[in-house]
Design a protein around this ligand. Structure first.
Ligand code: GLY
Ligand code: MN
Ligand code: MN
Length: 446
């Protein structure tokens, strides 16, 4: 093995993909069909395309990485319940863009029951959907809607010949996303790996950082590590914000010079086998916090550590966020950025001048992973083993005249990724330092 290269975790097995499809079908009523379109290539400019990224739900249910595929789940169908349509084999196109699975490859490598190439789609789809009375599809998604419209027209025509009516359409996402919320051991291994790569990248950026570099040069350090370790690249647009750029939550220009006395906020994560890491660290460009930076950092770090420690089965992200808001508000009052009583400043929302995002989101195949946060409007979803969340409090101090000069334009966030275990939480991103002394030591002893 090359030096400094992490060994890769096992891929998800064909058996696991099959079990996922079966678990989903077990929740479908009689007469149902689920339509799950894969992703398509998108033009970047003229005749060049963006690198292909598979649609997450389709990938979760098949493991197939080719564009223009479609999965049908047909519970109860004797000749096969999982049917995939895939790209046509084409020797000329394959000479340009690489091997295509074709129907035989999909069958051999992905364990579905039947596969056809897209050339057969138009003739085969109506027969597969005939008699299915309940369609589950991603409502609003154009390809799935077109299939559903055709199925409706066919069913209406069939009624005259005594065929069953198409009774209802449902959004398929709720069922798929509820399943995706709980990660299997194999998925956790992939997420752990995406997080390890991301952590390495952050360490690399900390070591490389020095005044006078451009933000994009730290982005290059991070993204080099992502790809070096076998990731497909960033799981989302890398954020490198020096100084007040850190206060722009989705700052992705990364075009400014890193100033000697500023902090830099990096929010970056690798994608590995389509799973996302999502780490934020904030540290001094020159390796040493000044007093005001450190004071604010300690407030965010304290809130973040308490929130990470609270991750456990039965806890809720709503409660964890409330704890963060309380800690941050208390810190802001102690530093003179707010005044009065902690609860009063929470109740009148004045803390939101400095902290306006939420503390956590689900993490998985999508960086803001799918799944609902509430069981109903009143009830936050309790955490359960297998869920993976971020914990990412921050403070963003505007450059306004009423703010003490030492704090103006400081933006801070600390973000870790945590898997919920049977008894608490496993921090997946602990390899990247967040204690002041550890950061300073890493930056000074490069
Ligand atoms: N990187 C996006 C987020 O932290 O939510
Ligand atoms: Mn992030
Ligand atoms: Mn995040």
């Amino acid at each position: 093995m090359l030096p400094d290269t992490l060994s890769r975790p096992a891929a998800i097995t064909v058996d696991e993909y099959r079990a996922r499809r079966e678990a989903l079908m077990a929740n479908l009523p009689e007469g149902a069909v689920m339509i799950v379109p894969g992703g398509a290539l998108k033009t970047r400019s003229n005749d060049s395309e963006y690198p292909f990224r598979q649609q997450s739900d389709f990938y979760y249910l098949t493991g197939i990485l080719e564009p223009d595929a479609l999965l049908l789940l047909l519970p109860g169908r004797d000749s096969g319940q999982s049917v995939v349509f895939c790209q046509d084999r084409d020797a000329t196109l394959e000479a340009w863009t690489g091997r295509r699975l074709g129907a035989s490859g999909v069958l051999a490598e992905h364990g579905v029951d039947q596969a056809f190439e897209n050339a057969e789609r138009e003739t085969r789809l109506p027969g597969l959907l005939e008699g299915r009375t309940r369609l589950y599809l991603p409502l609003g998604e154009p390809e799935a809607m077109a299939i559903a419209e055709d199925a409706l027209a066919d069913a209406q025509a069939g009624r005259r010949r005594g065929k069953p009516a198409l009774e209802a359409w449902f959004d398929s996402r709720e069922l798929i996303h509820a399943q995706r919320l709980i990660k299997s051991p194999a998925e956790l291994a992939l997420l752990r790996h995406a997080c390890r790569i991301s952590a390495r990248a952050h360490r690399r950026a900390m070591r490389a950082c020095t005044p006078g570099l451009f933000e994009y040069q730290l982005q290059a350090e991070l993204e080099h590590e992502f790809v070096w370790q076998g990731g497909s690249g960033p799981a989302y647009s890398t954020i490198v914000g020096g100084g007040a750029n850190a206060c722009v939550l989705h700052y992705i220009e990364n075009s400014a010079v890193l100033e000697e006395n500023a902090l830099v906020l990096i929010d970056a994560g690798a994608e590995f086998d389509l799973y996302a890491g999502d780490i934020t660290r904030t540290f001094p460009v020159a390796g040493r916090f000044n007093e005001a930076q450190r004071a604010l950092y300690d407030v965010v770090l304290g809130a973040q550590e308490r929130a990470v420690a609270a991750i456990a089965p039965g806890a809720t992200l709503a409660d964890i966020h409330a704890g963060v808001v309380e800690d941050l508000t208390r810190g802001l009052i102690e530093l003179g950025l707010l005044s009065g009583d902690v609860q009063a400043r929470i109740d009148d929302d004045s803390y939101r001048r400095f902290y306006l995002h939420s503390t956590s989101h689900w993490l998985g195949l999508d960086v803001h992973d799918v799944g609902t946060y509430r069981l109903d409007e009143q009830t936050p979803r309790p955490l359960a083993p297998g869920m993976v969340v971020t914990v990412e409090p921050g403070l963003y101090i505007p450059e306004d005249d009423d703010i003490p000069a030492a704090y103006r334009g400081i933006g801070l966030r600390i973000e870790d990724n945590v898997a919920v275990t049977a008894t608490g939480g496993e921090v997946l991103t602990s390899e990247v330092p967040k204690q002041v002394e550890e950061i300073e030591a890493l930056m000074v002893n490069k």
